[in-house]
Structure formats: structure tokens, C-alpha cells
Design a protein around this ligand. Structure first.
Ligand code: FAD
Length: 394
């Protein structure tokens, strides 16, 4: 069992880490390279996460969730990502962007209707915020919702939606979709639950040939006169920008935890290789330049890990307010994870450049974490704005 410390503050956290690590190594890692190469989402394996109680990790138990905290969510993301970041991205889109978002912001009726199937894995879910012409400038989104009796009519397109498709032709099941009701101001977004099968909701382009995260699907979703019942609006009209900002906090912390998994695995791989591989009759780890790659990678990984778990331990999912540091952990860890994976390739030389040694896949997957859930430039912008309002640091 892992020791109790900042990364496993209670025996339950330590048991969770142990359980997820065992599952990740025995069931997730063996399939990772194949799904990366074939760009396919392993739906059967994903549903097993439901059996383990991981899909509703932060959702209330009465609605099928496990009722755990942000530290637990970080543990699961870190452990899964250490073996398969692509699969983990699908997990994050489902469990954080859909399940946690609805668990925190939905009504009891909506939670009762949608969360049990999402927590069991029967339904595969996601969240639709980005559009073809609006990413960082998310409030510039153009998807509209027009009230028509006891329905809203949604028109627009959402881009880059993880779990939008579960195969080349098949839509995911249920989505939280942000849109602007006619006449609402720039920051007055609304959120709707949209299900596969609703008239006017369809799969657009499935995005193929991504650099990394290929074991998760990414798709464009299209809304053409899509009729959504009024009871599927989450919260009041025009108030969903707050839901979005709150949910982005846990999204960023768990994305940072994914980078930690990538970094840990990369350090393990380069450490082992540099111990075993000889050059000029000496193990690689006797050479100063290799020592620098290994030692700096470990120290940066531990710094990112301490920052991430500290902020996770201070988060309250019902009362968020950690914008500066949730941007901060993602800013630091995403680039750290990419750099550490890059050094691992370098330490392994030619072998690092091939799939067998994993680190080329981890490096390709790591790059997405500088883009998705907010680009590093967006974090820099947000953090500088928040810091400019402070006289002194705590
Ligand atoms: C694999 C993948 C999965 C994704 N999954 C989802 C999902 O499930 N749901 C979802 O809603 N979205 C998802 N996204 C979308 C992701 O959040 C966006 O790609 C991201 O927010 C950036 O938006 P953009 O791609 O439109 O880039 P843009 O916003 O057009 O940015 C392009 C470049 O300009 C920079 N830039 C833009 N504005 C500024 C500024 N003001 N100052 C400085 N620099 C700026 C950016 O940092 C970036 O470098 C996913 C993306 C990918 C690639």
C-alpha cells in the first residue's frame, strides 16, 4: 500500500491508488499501443471503469457516484495516464466534464435521470463548449438556443468534442451543450442536456489522424433545429457561464494530474534504461548529460506533483474559487510532462523513438495537454489578470 502523504492523504486514497494502479498495469497498459495505432476507443474497457466505481468518482452516491474528493480524482487520472493518456482523456471528458458538471450544477431530477447510466458506463458522455470558430475566446461561441413553447431549438456546431463519437460513425450518448439563448449577453450562456436520438442532433466530422490522444475520439457535433425539452436546461437561463468556469477548475487540475502520470512513467522508463544500457563500457547513467536529464525530470515531476495535490486538497467542488492555481498547476504540469517525455526519448536514443518503449506515445499525448482545457497562453493570460489584482502573495 502506498505511504500516507500529500499524494495519499488518507488510507482510502492510498487504497484507491493501489487499486487503480493494479488495474492500469494489468488491463489498460496492454491495449494502449494498439488503440493508439488504430485510433480506436476501447469501449468495453471504458465500461469496466464503471464497475470499479471510477466513472462517477466525484458524483453523489445517491445518484450512482462514489462521492470522493478532488484528490481522489487526481489519483485516478494520474494512475491511468501513466499507462494510457488517450484512454484517460476519454475518462476525463466523461467523469469530469459531464458527470461532475451535472452532479454539481444539475437539479435532482436531472441527476436522477442521467447520472446512474453515466456512472455505470452504460452511457458514454461528454461536454460541448468549443466551436469551429471559438476556442480560447469561448464566450464568442455562436451556438444559439431559441425558446419554442416547452422546448429550446438549438442551432450551431461544436468542435473537438471528446467522446463525441464512439466509433467512426456512431455518436456518443449524452452531452452537456453550452449555447446562448436569443438576446442574452456575451457572458450569459445556458447549458442543455442533449441526447443521441434527439431530432436535429448529429455527428459531423470525426477528427482523424491526431498527433496524440488517439485512443480517445474527437468529433464535431452538429445541431440543426435540435429540439431539447425545457427540463433539460441545467440551471437558469444565462447562468451557465458560472457552471463552466467552476467545472474548468477541476478539469484543469485533473488534466495536470494526467501530465503527472506521463512524467512519472517517463522518469521510470529513462531511469531503468540508463541503468541497464551501456555505452563506452559504462552504464548511461554515469554520464553527466544523462544524469541531468534524469535528475531534472524527477525534480520537476515532484514539484508539479506537490503543487497539484496541494491545490486539489484545497478544492471544494461545491464552492470553487481556485482559478489562479488551477490555471497554475495546468500551466506548469502540461509543459513539464511534455519536456520530461521528450527527455525520456533522448535518453533512450533510437529506441525511444519507437512505440515499444512507450515514451514516444507519452510525448505525443503530452502535447495535447498544452492545448486542451485551455491553452498555455490562456493560462498565462488568466493568471496574470488574477495576479494583477493582488497586492501581495499569501
Ligand atoms: C484532442 C482534443 C480534445 C478536445 N476535447 C474537447 C472537449 O471535449 N470539449 C470541448 O469543448 N473542447 C475540447 N477541445 C477543444 C480545446 O479546448 C480547444 O482546442 C482549446 O480551447 C483551444 O481552442 P482553439 O483550438 O480554437 O484555438 P484558438 O483559441 O484559436 O487558439 C489558437 C492559438 O492562439 C492562442 N490565443 C488565442 N487567443 C489568445 C489570446 N487572447 N492571447 C494569447 N494567445 C491567444 C492560443 O493560445 C493558441 O496558441 C479539445 C481539443 C483537442 C485538440
Amino acid at each position: 500500500m502506498p505511504e500516507l502523504d500529500l499524494f495519499n492523504p488518507t488510507p482510502e486514497h492510498a487504497q484507491l491508488r493501489e487499486m487503480v494502479r493494479r488495474f492500469a498495469e494489468s488491463e489498460v497498459e496492454p491495449q494502449a499501443l494498439e488503440h493508439d495505432r488504430t485510433e480506436t476507443f476501447n469501449v468495453a474497457l471504458f465500461r469496466k471503469l464503471g464497475e470499479l466505481g471510477l466513472l462517477g468518482i466525484t458524483a453523489q452516491e445517491e445518484f450512482g457516484g462514489t462521492g470522493l474528493d478532488p484528490v481522489a480524482a487526481c489519483i485516478v487520472h494520474e494512475e491511468l495516464s501513466a499507462v494510457d493518456p488517450g484512454f484517460t482523456l476519454a475518462y476525463l471528458a466523461h467523469s469530469m466534464l459531464f458527470v461532475n458538471n451535472l452532479a454539481q450544477n444539475g437539479s435532482d431530477a436531472q441527476r436522477k435521470k442521467y447520472l446512474p447510466a453515466a456512472c455505470s458506463g452504460e452511457a458514454i458522455c461528454g461536454m460541448c463548449m468549443s466551436e469551429p470558430d471559438a476556442g480560447t475566446d469561448v464566450l464568442g461561441m455562436r451556438t444559439t438556443a431559441k425558446r419554442d413553447g416547452d422546448h429550446y431549438v438549438l442551432d450551431g456546431a461544436k468542435m473537438w468534442i471528446t467522446n463525441g463519437a464512439i466509433s467512426k460513425t456512431e455518436l456518443g450518448d449524452t452531452f452537456l451543450v453550452y449555447a446562448r439563448v436569443e438576446g442574452a449577453g456575451r457572458s450569459e450562456l445556458s447549458m442543455f442536456i442533449v441526447e443521441k436520438g434527439m431530432a436535429g442532433f448529429s455527428l459531423g466530422q470525426k477528427i482523424e489522424d491526431k498527433l496524440g490522444m488517439r485512443a480517445s475520439t474527437t468529433a464535431e457535433l452538429v445541431f440543426e433545429g435540435c429540439r431539447v425539452p425545457v427540463e433539460n436546461r441545467v440551471g437558469e437561463e444565462g447562468t451557465a457561464t458560472l457552471h463552466m468556469m467552476r467545472n474548468l477548475e477541476i478539469e484543469r487540475v485533473t488534466l495536470a494530474a494526467m501530465s503527472l502520470g506521463i512524467a512519472r512513467r517517463s522518469v521510470e522508463v529513462m531511469n531503468e534504461y540508463a541503468r541497464d544500457r551501456k555505452s563506452f563500457g559504462e552504464p548511461l547513467n554515469r554520464f553527466g548529460q544523462i544524469q541531468r536529464h534524469i535528475a531534472e525530470s524527477y525534480a520537476e515531476y515532484m514539484a508539479g506533483r506537490a503543487y497539484t495535490y496541494l491545490i486539489a486538497s484545497q478544492m471544494d467542488l461545491a464552492k470553487p474559487g481556485q482559478r489562479l492555481d488551477t490555471d497554475g498547476v495546468k500551466l506548469f504540469c502540461s509543459t513539464m510532462g511534455k519536456n520530461v517525455a521528450d527527455r525520456a526519448i533522448q535518453v533512450l536514443g533510437g529506441y525511444g523513438y519507437t512505440g515499444e518503449y512507450r515514451v514516444e506515445r507519452l510525448w505525443r499525448d503530452a502535447k495535447l495537454l498544452e492545448i486542451g482545457g485551455g491553452t498555455i497562453e490562456a493560462h498565462q493570460k488568466n493568471m496574470t489578470r488574477d495576479l494583477s489584482r493582488l497586492e501581495k502573495l499569501k
